[in-house]
Design a protein around this ligand. Structure first.
Ligand SMILES: Cc1ncc(COP(=O)(O)O)c(C=O)c1O
Length: 388
């Protein structure tokens, strides 16, 4: 067989996603689309703001000279300057175009920085439950994923992180607001983490993966990680903020406080090239220069969170209320989350087992569905709980 064992094993490990998709498609065929309540999708609800589309039209019509040519691997300087100005205002730090690398989404940004930081066998700490792709991103660069559990409300514990750090630890990935839990990490925790990281005798970089940064509920203010943790590399994308995940546009921002800034910037720029991204999509870079601070309204997601959270807790589910994102991570009423998700399927409800995110005994629901679907699914959630 010509396919490498490594990727075959990774595909097997990730096959629950494909299985869920296949089961969903079969259920829809059997019961009719309208009788299947699909809570598995991570695709943002609705269309991008009209302004994004009108700027896109204008950028295409303008057809600037050399618009479609190769460019510096970090992206157009003028675009990076805009992002840098915006970040400087948000963080109080002196970002310039030199700190910004335009990327192929947040996924591209994370791969670029991991490629730049990891030697084979180096370790990356991940907080559980976690976005499952992290494991593959780390393995892409021969790193080793080290899992550290969060508490029952999905908040991190500094002592557990400290205990997991070894001389091989190169990075810690923080994802707040979090997929799959919707948890937001507190300023106190971030300051404690800064004290921990800055006291180490070798550099450990915090990668703040923040594609859900603008989807925050209840008027909460999201702590600004680069202002609190000096060794921060920010991975951002507009996939969720502007409902454009298919356009693959984001950036990596290296903190001006990083002591080895120049070397890391050069490494990331080179990594962007040799990973085959070369540069982020050209047209979308120009669009972002004009709409970078725009975002979709998080209130419809918040309203759906309230509807689903109130419905599920009234029925008897234990659910930590998400503070952001468009996900919810309720506790399954039995330890076997796979069995419970199968029970939900009997009611036409599709959910993702918590085991896929490293935390068995839970399941993930996505709010990227119409309100009406939530209302119609609640009786099924109730029957599934009572059957148990
Ligand atoms: C936590 C997290 N990080 C990164 C990504 C990748 O984002 P992008 O599509 O912008 O590459 C996702 C996408 O779902 C995500 O949930």
């Amino acid at each position: 067989m010509s396919v490498a064992k490594t990727i075959a094993e990774q595909m097997e490990h990730a096959s629950w996603i494909r299985r869920m998709f296949e089961i969903g498609a079969r259920l829809k065929q059997q019961r009719g689309e309208e009788n299947v309540f699909d809570f598995t999708l991570g695709n943002p609800d609705g269309e991008p703001p009209e302004k994004v589309i009108s700027v896109l039209r204008r950028v295409v019509d303008q057809n600037r000279p050399r618009s479609h040519a190769y460019m510096p691997n970090a992206g157009f300087t003028a675009v990076r300057e805009v992002i840098a100005r915006q970040l400087s205002e948000q963080t109080g730090l002196a970002y310039t175009a030199d700190h910004i690398l335009m990327s192929v989404g947040a996924a591209g940004a994370i791969n670029v920085v991991l490629k730049s930081l990891l030697d084979p066998g180096d370790e990356v700490i991940i907080l559980v439950p976690f976005f499952p792709e992290y494991q593959f991103y780390i393995e892409n660069h021969a790193g080793r994923m080290v899992l550290v559990d969060t508490d029952d409300t999905f908040q991190p514990n500094l002592g557990r992180i400290a205990a997991a750090i070894t001389p091989r630890t190169k990075a810690i990935i923080l994802n707040s607001p979090n997929n799959p839990t919707g948890a937001v990490y507190s300023t106190e925790f971030l300051l404690d983490l800064e004290a921990l990281v800055s006291g180490l005798d070798h550099p450990v970089t915090v990668i703040a993966d923040e594609p859900y940064k603008s989807l925050i509920f209840d008027g909460l203010t999201l702590p600004v990680i680069p202002s609190l943790i000096r060794r921060t590399v920010l991975a951002y994308s507009w996939s969720k903020a502007l409902a454009i995940p298919g356009e693959r546009i984001g950036y990596l921002a290296l903190s001006p406080c990083l002591p080895e800034l120049e070397a890391l910037r050069d490494a990331c720029t080179f990594a962007n090239r040799i990973l085959g991204f070369i540069n982020a999509p050209a047209i979308w870079q120009w669009v972002m220069a004009e709409v970078s601070d725009l975002q979709v309204d998080p209130r419809p997601y918040q309203e759906k969170r309230d509807l689903l959270w109130e419905g599920l807790t009234r029925i008897g589910y234990e659910v930590t209320k998400p503070q952001g994102t468009f996900y919810m991570f309720p506790k399954a009423p039995i330890a076997d989350d796979l069995a419970f998700v199968r029970g939900l399927m009997d009611e036409g409800i599709l959910a993702v087992p918590g085991s896929g995110f490293g935390r068995a005994g839970y399941f993930r629901l996505s709010l990227t569905i119409p309100r009406r679907t939530i209302e119609r699914a609640l009786p099924g959630f109730e029957r599934a709980l009572h059957k148990i």
